[in-house]
Design a protein around this ligand. Structure first.
Ligand SMILES: [Zn+2]
Ligand SMILES: [Zn+2]
Ligand SMILES: [Zn+2]
Ligand SMILES: [Zn+2]
Length: 329
């Protein structure tokens, strides 16, 4: 993610709602697409400090009540506590009276803000497309909650926001990474498949990923959990899980593509590489360079690798298919 500048000259970071140097209140202005200092208006509204920005705004309800959001909403005097465009997408919250749940929810919302923000700026806008996107963040209460996607509704078990539980699951499932941003990118892959591939690009999808109706999803899932991934999965898929079914292959590839773009956008912001979204081959080359560097940083600190260093030849055309789904901004 890029960093921003406060009026006082200090750096601001994506989730900041206050400048740590001068103490000014800051927020993400939807018109300027920047973190800006706020001025309090006369009628309960706030204003972005930029001279060119003349709209009146409100702070998001989740900012005022829980400090978990820093996005502004266009001021509407008839709405006393509006939710921002991203918070509004969450339709089910965990029981916030249960100790610890506010903190887990906060981590999920922040990961969601980060993922949606980057995705929108790379040509995958979250607008009023069909199906409508929504998020349900649920805890196991009586029944266990499955993380997944169905017809635009993304469900995440809030246990995934608990670092210890998530690390145990990561080791048990033998995954190189298991993160909230990773879960969200994967599930958004299923969402965008339904929106941009089904009924639009099916034939190309079948050629690259296989037919999602043969085998049926439930048969494929049973086979995967009984027998595990095929031994040669690393030569064909971006992850072991991707080998389960064409839908999972697409979601995993979509996630890997957005991992790549996000890392490259940050590297571009800090002058390490040039991000040129018009040339797919250039993206792959830039990622190979930046990925090696990022992994060495992580190994320097005894952490797990950040990214796969190379995409095998069979995976590259699948990534290119995801790239071709972008809309020009
Ligand atoms: Zn400042
Ligand atoms: Zn503004
Ligand atoms: Zn919000
Ligand atoms: Zn999936």
């Amino acid at each position: 993610m890029k960093t921003y500048l406060c009026q006082c000259g200090s750096k601001l970071f994506f989730h900041n709602d206050r400048c740590l140097s001068c103490g000014a209140s800051v927020a993400m202005c939807p018109s300027c697409d920047e973190l800006t200092t706020l001025e309090v208006g006369l009628t309960g509204d706030v204003q972005c400090c930029r001279e060119s920005c003349t709209n009146a705004y409100s702070r998001c309800k989740n900012a005022v009540e829980h400090g978990i959001c820093n996005r502004l909403v266009l001021f509407d005097p008839s709405e006393s506590s509006p939710l921002c465009d991203y918070c509004r997408l969450t339709t089910v919250l965990p029981d916030l009276s249960v100790p610890g749940n506010i903190d887990l929810w906060k981590r999920l919302e922040r990961a969601k803000q980060r993922v949606l923000y980057s995705m929108e700026r790379s040509g995958f806008p979250i607008d009023d497309g069909t199906p409508r996107l929504s998020f349900e963040f649920k805890a196991d209460v009586g029944v266990s909650v499955m993380t997944g996607h169905e017809a635009g509704r993304i469900t995440i078990n809030i246990r995934e926001a608990d670092s210890v539980a998530r690390e145990i699951a990561r080791v048990n499932f033998g995954e190189p990474q298991r993160t909230l941003v990773g879960h969200l990118r994967h599930e958004l892959g299923h969402y965008f498949w339904e929106r941009l591939v089904l009924d639009h690009r099916s034939e190309e999808f079948h050629d690259l990923f296989g037919n999602e109706r043969n085998p049926e999803y439930s048969t494929a899932m049973q086979g995967y959990y009984d027998q595990g991934p095929p031994a040669d999965w690393p030569t064909k898929f971006v992850s072991a899980y991707a080998s389960m079914h064409p839908w999972e292959d697409f979601a995993e590839t979509f996630g890997a593509y957005h991992d790549m773009l996000t890392v490259l956008a940050t590297a571009n912001h800090f002058g390490v590489t040039n991000l040129d979204l018009d040339t797919f081959d250039g993206l792959i080359r830039a990622y190979a360079r930046v990925g090696v560097m990022a992994n060495e940083f992580n190994r320097d600190m005894g952490l797990l690798d950040l990214v796969p260093e190379v995409f095998v030849p069979a995976v590259v055309p699948k990534l290119q298919f995801v790239h071709s789904l972008r809309v020009d901004l």
